[in-house]
Design a protein around this ligand. Structure first.
Ligand SMILES: *Cc1c(COP(=O)(O)O)cnc(C)c1O
Length: 298
């Protein structure tokens, strides 16, 4: 935060650190792109049809800015409190500001919530192809829909009907549609009998039970302001990811029959992107392989 607020020309020290970090990120990005290309070729797929989403959670805004200058456009966050201010910082740095404008992140957030000031939505001043695309991939609480939609272009983690109305209202209010993925539980069939009455799996890593997908998909597809884009999942622990991603592909194939526009399969993280690509993933959500080990996270 304090680094970001300091003018870029203030000292040589931070600049050297910036250059080192830039080289580090460039090297990691090249290695990840290489892994993706190799896996795509092995699966008989065109690497160009795969979207690399940088999961910037826990990393500073400066890292996202560097990756943006290295050509990445898609970024993901999983905590709303962390993401809002970070997106504002990234936006202002990309606009050439360096420091956020007076009033801090809240000023931007307030403006975005006011339709009359829609022009000050974060990133609105950047040429469209250059604007970062922000994905929310974390657990969403109903009362956070509006604050998430101040910055998110996508919410990939919709896993229950109770979220749909709030997201829809917030999208209509801001005057810009929200892309939505349904988060699917990939717990082995045996474990997913532990789903609660709303179909949300209570074990494993979140997501809706595959059997409840079509109802939720119809709800999202009908909701004003929401665009159903596809499915997202995290491979469960204790099972090879390939089998889990094969189940996800199945769910995705059924979904696209009813909703031809819902072609996205967001699957694959640093440890399992090859398996995800082999099973049809279109969006890869990569954190540690791009940024390095997360500070303070085992
Ligand atoms: C953190 C996270 C990722 C990235 O995980 P890495 O193992 O760091 O690549 C992907 N998806 C979600 C939902 C995450 O929370």
């Amino acid at each position: 935060m304090t680094d970001a607020a300091r003018p870029a020309h203030h000292a040589d020290q931070p600049r050297h650190a910036d250059e080192r970090r830039r080289a580090d990120l460039a090297g990691r990005l090249a290695a990840v792109r290489e892994r993706i290309a190799t896996a795509a070729v092995a699966a008989g797929r065109d690497p160009a049809e795969l979207t690399l989403v940088a999961v910037s959670k826990t990393y500073p805004a400066e890292d996202a800015v560097i990756l943006h200058t290295l050509g990445l456009r898609d970024f993901a966050e999983n905590r709303e409190q962390e993401a809002g201010p970070k997106v504002n910082l990234v936006t202002h740095q990309l606009l050439g500001g360096g420091a956020p404008r007076a009033g801090g992140p809240e000023a931007g957030a307030g403006a975005a919530a006011d339709p009359a000031k829609a022009a000050s939505t974060p990133g609105a001043g950047l040429a469209v192809p250059d604007r970062p695309v922000w994905h929310f991939v974390g657990q969403l609480q109903r009362n956070k829909a509006r604050s998430v939609l101040r910055w998110a272009d996508w919410v990939q983690s919709v896993d229950r009907a109770a979220l749909v109305d709030g997201l829809s209202r917030a999208a209509v209010e801001r005057g810009r549609p929200l892309s939505v993925c349904l988060q699917i539980s990939l717990d082995p069939p045996r474990a997913s009998s532990g789903a609660d009455s709303s179909g949300v799996a209570v074990s494993g890593r979140g997501g809706i039970d595959p059997g409840a997908v079509s109802e939720l998909a119809d709800l999202v597809a009908r909701a004003p302001g929401l665009t159903l884009r596809g499915v997202m999942a995290v491979a469960p622990r204790g099972e090879s990811p390939r089998g889990a991603f094969a189940r996800l592909r199945n769910v995705a194939e059924r979904l696209v029959r009813d909703h031809p526009g819902a072609t996205v399969i967001s699957a694959g993280m640093s440890g399992d992107l090859e398996s995800a690509i082999a099973e049809g993933a279109t969006h890869l959500r990569i954190g540690t392989a791009l940024f390095g080990e997360r500070p303070g996270v085992p």
